[in-house]
Design a protein around this ligand. Structure first.
Ligand SMILES: Nc1ncnc2c1ncn2[C@@H]1O[C@H](COP(=O)(O)OP(=O)(O)OP(=O)(O)O)[C@@H](O)[C@H]1O
Ligand SMILES: [Mg+2]
Length: 644
């Protein structure tokens, strides 16, 4: 039977009038064989080749099973029983299944083929024919944190007749904008939230998502190129690298994407040159650590903690137990406030000589840090407490020491002696080699895909696209939980076109903050009803007096920033209060700065549910457990659990 021609077998089945008698136990075994077939990932994958989609595969198998069982000969039945539910049985049945599908499901296959062809994300370099018509020279400034990569690239940017700088954060774009203008190179600023056009400027500093792939430049700088591999935002770097029309493109980043950039350049036909950069002075590890006591902090220290709560606890403990005052930097602060805090810390003529920061300190700010002290080396990842990845530890530790500053030699250490070994291990680790970089479809691709599925709403279209799109081996489809969540929230909003929905999904909102989501829903509903969106928010009277008020300022700024973004994305009539939002955002950023300078309260969390409870100790601050201690405890717990 195994050697029979499957086409022949299929024909015999087709011709058969009805099945032969079989024992009940044999029938049951055959049913099991078909269940095994239906669950076979191999078969589902193979079926894609003849356009049986993953979601249709179970239905196709169900119908195939009925077809076989209705016509099964005693010989075939016994053969299937002898094989039993296993991979050999799947491989035996598959060619017969293929024949059956080709005859039975022509319509389904055709529509799936049409859908797939619209969700084709292969060969993304061909999406930018103008860039492909150019012979671009790509220079990769490759090295660790603080090795002068951006500095080198900006030298060429300055000299160019027309240049564009693309950075990962508004903060970095603002830094370049200020630096260039202060050096006499007229430069405009372009981010989702602001468009500052400087008269006669041929240079522009932008955030990566805003880069134009239509305009021609002499020099383009794409900073932090390793973020091509970022699970969520990677596609913006991939688009910039593939699509920017510049004679010379300077990439700055660590070595993790060097190999993949090499492969991409081989496909695009661009010339690649690599400049290896090294730190001016090596980073040194201080073996003594802070011996578990924050009283041992010194001027110029940056204490790094991985949650907002810990940051405020550390600040409070240091200010209570020492004569140092602390500046703070964390992700939820607006770029203006982060800069204000950085300047306060860098400036020697004040008492703010210690910085307490989250991983947000790893990128973008010019800081005069003598020593980076890790308060702990584990963080909550939304699910459980995990060790901070080595690449992140390296990037943060590398912020210590800065060429030309008071502290040219950088030091790093930990609060707890037990964590030191992990820090040293992280610093020793080579950069991982990235195998895939991010992609996400343009609106036009989603639109043409949606035309195949007129009955589906936007969230379903998006899910279908992600499920059926084809990608080359070098690319992955970017995670889009944020987009999904906003798309679902806006599903019932009337009056929005597909393009409006797509655009609203990229608005900078905090999906974990219900207030922020509420305002986005309100803005989209007003837009759908063609009513000008109001800001509808009072200005706080003064700086925050407690953590609740501080959180409120953070949210207010975030909502204003979202309004500004929408006012640039959509028409003036729909979001007419951009100027007012800008003024309010500036005032709130100032208030945030003032509040942080005064802050001496216990922190609250936006949503504390499910997070590990901190432990108290007699000094009035919650010392973290070392990574090793937590690990040992976890192991002991596991063992105990296993014994129960
Ligand atoms: N050749 C140089 N002359 C003077 N200052 C320099 C030089 N190279 C770098 N610097 C200074 O050293 C600091 C670090 O440089 P830069 O920001 O370019 O490093 P980087 O490798 O891009 O770091 P990161 O990985 O953090 O982006 C900056 O303050 C920069 O101004
Ligand atoms: Mg840099």
């Amino acid at each position: 039977m195994a050697l029979c021609d499957p086409i022949e077998l299929y024909r015999e089945l087709r011709m058969a009038e009805k099945n032969d008698q079989m024992r009940r136990s044999d029938w049951e075994t055959i049913q099991d064989v078909f269940s095994y077939f239906a669950n076979s990932g191999w078969a589902a994958n193979q079926a894609l080749a003849f356009y049986i989609g993953m979601s249709f595969f179970p239905t196709a198998v169900q119908k195939f099973r009925k077809f076989v069982l209705d016509k099964c000969s005693a010989d075939l039945g016994l053969y299937l029983v002898s094989l039993g539910p296993c991979d050999d049985a799947v491989r035996f049945l598959f060619p017969i299944f293929a024949e059956y599908c080709l005859e039975e499901f022509t319509d389904e296959m055709k529509s799936f083929e049409a859908m797939i062809s619209k969700a084709d994300l292969t060969k993304p370099h061909t999406w930018f024919p103008f860039a492909r018509a150019m012979k671009r020279r790509i220079v990769y400034h490759c090295g660790p944190t603080n090795s002068g990569k951006t500095y080198e690239a900006l030298q060429r940017f300055k000299e160019a007749k027309k240049g564009i700088y693309c950075g990962p954060l508004r903060l970095l774009a603002m830094e370049v904008f200020d630096k260039m203008n202060s050096h006499g190179v007229y430069c405009s600023l372009l981010t989702g939230q602001e468009k500052k056009r400087v008269p006669f400027a041929n240079h522009v500093a932008c955030t990566i998502e805003m880069v134009s792939v239509d305009e021609m430049y002499d020099v383009a700088v794409i900073d932090e190129i390793q973020m091509m591999a970022d699970a969520t935002r990677g596609f913006a770097w991939t688009r910039a690298l593939l699509g920017v029309k510049a004679d010379e493109i300077h990439l700055c980043g660590d070595p993790s994407v060097l190999d993949i950039v090499r492969k991409i350049c081989a496909e695009t036909g661009d010339e690649l040159e690599v400049h290896h950069c090294e730190r001016f002075k090596k980073l040194e590890v201080e073996a003594k650590t802070l011996l578990g006591d924050l009283k041992n902090v010194k001027s110029g220290d940056c204490v790094v903690a991985f949650s907002r709560r810990e940051i405020f606890e550390v600040k409070l403990a240091i200010e209570k137990n020492t004569n140092h005052r602390c500046c703070v930097i964390y992700g939820a602060l607006p770029p203006e406030t982060r800069r204000q805090q950085a300047n306060l810390f860098n400036d020697q003529d004040n008492e703010f000589d210690v910085l307490v920061a989250s991983d947000a300190v790893g990128m973008g700010l010019n800081l005069n840090i003598r020593r980076v002290v890790f308060y702990n080396l584990s963080k909550y990842n939304g699910d459980k407490v995990v060790p901070v990845p080595a690449t992140q530890v390296k990037q943060i530790a590398g912020r210590a020491g800065r060429r030309g500053s008071r502290f040219p030699v950088g030091l790093t250490t930990t609060l707890q002696l037990d964590d030191l070994a992990y820090l040293i291990e992280c610093l020793k680790q080579p950069f991982d080699e990235v195998k895939k970089v991010g992609l996400f479809p343009f609106f036009e691709q989603v639109e043409s895909f949606a035309a195949q599925l007129p009955d589906l709403n936007f969230p379903k279209i998006l899910a279908k696209f992600a499920e059926s799109c084809r990608l080359d081996g070098m690319y992955f489809f970017c995670k889009h939980d944020h987009i999904k969540k906003v798309a679902n929230m806006l599903e019932k909003v009337k009056g929005l076109s597909l393009q409006d929905r797509f655009n609203f999904c990229f608005a900078p909102t905090n999906i974990r903050d219900p207030k922020s989501m509420y305002h986005l829903l309100r803005f989209a509903s007003d837009y759908g009803q063609k009513v000008p969106a109001s800001i509808a928010m009072g200005m706080p009277k003064g700086s925050a007096r407690n953590d609740t008020e501080l959180l409120d300022l953070e949210t207010k700024h975030q909502v204003l920033s979202m309004y500004l973004w929408l006012s640039h994305q959509f028409d003036y009539e729909s979001f007419p209060h951009g100027k007012k939002a800008e003024a309010m955002a500036t005032d709130i950023a100032d208030l945030l700065g003032q509040s942080l300078t005064k802050a001496n309260w216990k922190p609250e969390t936006r949503q504390s549910a499910g997070k590990p409870k901190p432990r108290k100790n007699e000094d009035g601050y919650d010392r973290p457990k070392s990574l090793i201690t937590s690990y040992k405890e976890e192991k002991a717990g596991e063992k105990q659990g296993a014994g129960n």
